[in-house]
Design a protein around this ligand. Sequence first.
Ligand code: CDP
Ligand code: CDP
Length: 219
Amino acid sequence: ILKNLVVAIDGPAGAGKSTVAQLAAKQLGYTYIDTGAMYRAVAWKTLQQGQEVTDELILEVVKNIDVNLQYADGKTKVTVDGTDVSAAIRTPEVSGIVSQVAALGPVRVKMVDLQRKMAERGGVLMDGRDIATNVLPNADVKIFLTASIEERAQRRWKELQQKGYDMTLEKLQQDIAARDKADSEREISPLVQAEDATLLDTTGLSIDEVVARILSMCQ
Ligand code: CDP
Ligand code: CDP
């Protein structure tokens, strides 16, 4: 088994980051840290307020939120103020406001602080948008995972169908493209490939092929 490496995986929505990171974590006996889940948790609590979503409301919510991430038995459990929101944070409603939430400085400061603490002891794979560039700039392995927008939308669409959501592929592709644009163009820690990251285009690759490449990079 490899020593306790720190592995950073960044990339746009639907590239396969969480899927392959979880499988690689299992193989390596590492902890997987889903940073997107933390921004989704803040977005979920904001929606729970039942008010118009404004930056002011989001900043009020993040002041008092207790977001907790636990990784056990190959699964991530996310809690907000003690409530399990692991499934609730995956809805299109949450996806629809999460980029607005994640663009705010005070939100990022609080989440990044927690993320760095979780990675302190190494033996972690962390995925997100700014892991290699900002959260863990000294990571041992940096991977920028991507795939064509068509393939990413198709992957996400299949997931939504399985969960019983009724959304057209076209609408989903537009939503994903809009979120990628917002994440890439925001001022604070935008989504960008780190200079020292390895680009891994997963278009047409199977999950197992991607996991194998990541494991060989770690080797
Ligand atoms: O799984 P999916 O790619 O749909 O998104 P996610 O990884 O759950 O992240 C949701 C959102 O959180 C992203 O669209 C970003 O706006 C934000 N995010 C971020 O700003 N920084 C991170 N390190 C991770 C996520
Ligand atoms: O975390 P991220 O948003 O980057 O992607 P994800 O939540 O892991 O979703 C990727 C989806 O594409 C999942 O349904 C995977 O089963 C599927 N997939 C993949 O992850 N990698 C491939 N090479 C092919 C399909």
